[in-house]
Design a protein around this ligand. Structure first.
Ligand code: F6R
Length: 244
């Protein structure tokens, strides 16, 4: 529990940098699972700073993003592809061919194959070493909405209206927020060797309490993280305020 988002993000960034450097010293790749949304923006600010000021290199990093809206063009401002380039990839030395995001541009009949290939690519990279997560007010991780199975893999999912409303600020109006998204599944996330979930501010306190102290249930997807052997919630005092 940290004073604020900046302090929590600095801790998370230091953990990520330590892992990247450790892998570099062994000549190994570092496979990162990455999230978007408002929560990890301060994490990416710190990682970019570490690259520019402390020489942290991302040359050995392979990234897999959690999710992408569907349908949405890669270059649309609201796309998570665009977000990741704006907030991180354009400012670091990651090899562009090591960047992976679900593709929101494909025709619907190709999505199943694309999702299976995404899973396979993660496996071929050696699995995710560290997965960064945010959390939705309804407990979603990635875009795994309540009811998502613990066995779920990367797939197309219907977004809840509450999720569309929460993300409407990025669009001209709510009707433009896509109703679908491609997301890594819960099982995809749980296979990561290490997981860190970030949450800041008052809107997250209730769901943090339910996820950490409540029953393990598919109705609160983040509660399924209780079953992971190396998962850390990094929160600020406000997001922690409903914990007993
Ligand atoms: C984003 C993602 C989502 C967000 C969640 C919280 O890639 O997977 O689970 O982490 O919707 O969003 P913010 O951070 O905007 O509150």
């Amino acid at each position: 529990i940290f004073d604020g988002a900046v302090e929590g993000s600095k801790f998370a960034a230091a953990e990520i940098a330590r892992l990247i450097r450790d892998k570099q010293s062994k000549n190994e790749n570092c496979v990162l699972g990455l999230a978007t949304g408002s929560t990890p923006k301060s994490l990416y600010v710190e990682l970019v700073r570490m690259h520019k000021e402390e020489g942290l290199s991302f040359k050995n990093v392979i990234s897999f993003n959690l999710d992408e809206y569907y349908p949405l063009e890669k270059d649309a401002w609201q796309s998570y592809n665009n977000y990741m380039h704006r907030h991180l990839f354009d400012h670091i030395d990651i090899d562009k061919k090591n960047i992976n995001l679900p593709n929101g541009e494909l025709p619907k009949e190709e999505i199943k194959k694309h999702c299976a290939e995404y899973e396979k690519k993660i496996e071929e990279a050696g699995g995710i070493d560290l997965q960064v997560l945010g959390i939705g007010n309804n407990g979603h991780i990635g875009f795994n909405e309540p009811g998502s199975s613990i066995y779920s893999k990367t797939r197309l999912i219907n977004l809840e209206n509450s999720t569309r409303l929460a993300n409407a600020y990025e669009f001209a109006n709510i009707s433009e927020v896509p109703r679908l998204a491609i997301t890594m599944g819960i099982s995809t996330i749980l296979k990561a060797k290490r997981i860190i979930l970030l949450a800041w501010g008052p809107s997250k306190s209730e769901v943090i309490q339910r996820s950490v102290e409540g029953a393990v249930s598919e109705s609160v997807p983040a509660s399924l993280l209780q079953q992971h052997s190396d998962c850390t919630f990094i929160v600020d005092h406000v997001a922690a305020s409903d914990l007993t």
